[in-house]
Design a protein around this ligand. Structure first.
Ligand SMILES: [Zn+2]
Length: 128
C-alpha cells in the first residue's frame, strides 16, 4: 500500500514546515488529489488516520481531499478538454469511455496530453 509512504512523506514535509514557523498543532491538512494520480482516496484516508494517532504536531489533524478535474490538451490544435465526472475521486478510467487521449473532439487529430488529473499536492494546512 503505497499510500502509507505517501502519507509519511506528506506528514514529514508539513512537520518540518510547522517546526520552521514555530507552530504547535495542525488542525487540518488540504490535499489536491487528481483522479488519475493512482492514489486510492480511502487508503490515503486510512493511512492518514493511522499517522494522526501518533503524538506530535499532526496528532488528530483532519485530512481534506480535494479532487482536481481531469483535463487534457490537444497537441495538434491546442484545444483543452475537461472530462465530466473528472472531479470526482472515484473517477475510474474504465467507466469513462470518453476519456480518449488519441482523438481530439475539435480537430480530430491528436494525441492529447494530460494537463491535470494526475497530481497529489499539499494545498495548505491550518495550524495554531
Ligand atoms: Zn485538436
Amino acid at each position: 500500500m503505497h499510500e502509507l509512504s505517501l502519507v509519511e512523506a506528506i506528514a514529514r514535509r508539513i512537520e518540518a514546515d510547522v517546526a520552521e514557523r514555530g507552530l504547535q498543532r495542525v488542525q487540518r491538512v488540504r490535499l489536491a488529489v487528481g483522479p488519475l494520480s493512482g492514489v486510492l482516496p480511502h487508503a490515503l484516508d486510512f493511512a492518514w488516520r493511522v499517522r494522526a494517532e501518533q503524538p506530535g504536531p499532526l496528532a488528530r489533524a483532519q485530512l481534506c481531499l480535494e479532487p482536481t478535474p481531469v483535463r487534457a490538451r490537444c497537441l495538434e490544435c491546442g484545444a483543452q478538454r475537461t472530462w465530466e465526472g473528472g472531479a470526482r475521486l472515484d473517477f475510474d478510467q474504465a467507466r469513462a469511455p470518453d476519456l480518449d487521449l488519441d482523438h481530439c473532439p475539435r480537430c480530430g487529430g491528436g494525441p492529447l496530453e494530460l494537463v491535470a488529473g494526475q497530481e497529489l499536492l499539499i494545498l495548505g494546512y491550518e495550524a495554531i
